[in-house]
Design a protein around this ligand. Structure first.
Ligand code: AMP
Length: 217
């Protein structure tokens, strides 16, 4: 059932793993601002050059840049019927800007999906995360490649994102997620958008099954 959905949770909650599959099931595009920003960095665009320093430090890219980028994306034809937002909004001003854009389209957010995981689990998950050139994500413990450090599909070396280093993860969780992003959840509770709380602990399949049960297609 198409609609405007938001998947919410700390870095490492499993958003990037669950969202593409969920979006396909809901028949909406998966819009991940982190992926979009990484593409800008890779392409050396003016936005990428400006964003890179913030991203490597685990800090948020300034709201005006991200809001403009997201606004252009949701104006594309494939997003007309809805979308699944992943990694946006990450601050209350971003949420307010999103609400305005959606009000102009005459369709507010349908649902906020909250993936609930503990801080210890976040650190364990992120510090083992390895990424392939094509974007596939592995985990040293939970989802290892067949050959350590090598992508199963293309045989190229896997990389750890600079913002997945342990000290950067702690900065992202405490100073960014708790301080700046958690208030977005409170914002949507106050505004009265439906919230669905999903237990994000356990395996990828466990969490996928809970999401499917909570959001029947
Ligand atoms: P992610 O892949 O969602 O963890 O995002 C990676 C990085 O991109 C974040 O740590 C931020 O530096 C930046 N980023 C992604 N989405 C946003 C956003 N909505 N607002 C500000 N910065 C963002």
């Amino acid at each position: 059932m198409p609609g405007a959905y938001l998947i919410f949770g700390p870095p490492g909650a499993g958003k990037g793993t669950q969202a593409p599959r969920l979006a396909a099931r809901l028949a909406v595009p998966h819009i991940a601002t982190g992926d979009m920003l990484r593409a800008h960095v890779k392409g050396n665009t003016p936005l990428g050059i400006e964003a890179k320093g913030y991203m490597d430090a685990g800090d948020l890219v300034p709201d005006d840049l991200v809001v403009r980028m997201l606004g252009e994306r949701i104006a594309e034809p494939d997003a007309a019927g809805g979308f699944l937002l992943d990694g946006f909004p990450r601050t209350v001003p971003q949420a307010v800007a999103l609400d305005q854009m959606l009000a102009e389209r005459g369709r507010p957010l349908d649902c906020v999906l909250v993936l609930d995981v503990s801080e210890e689990e976040v650190v364990r998950r992120i510090s083992g995360r390895l990424v392939a050139k094509n974007g596939r994500i592995y985990h040293e413990l939970y989802d290892p490649p067949k050959v350590p450090g090598i992508d199963d599909d293309e045989g190229l070396p896997l990389e750890r994102r600079p913002d997945d280093e342990a000290d950067v993860v702690r900065n992202r969780y405490r100073n960014v997620y708790l301080a700046q992003t958690l208030p977005v959840r409170e914002h949507y509770q106050q505004v009265g958008v439906r919230e669905v709380l999903i237990d994000g602990m356990g395996t990828t399949d466990d969490v996928a099954a809970r999401l499917d049960a909570a959001l029947p297609a």
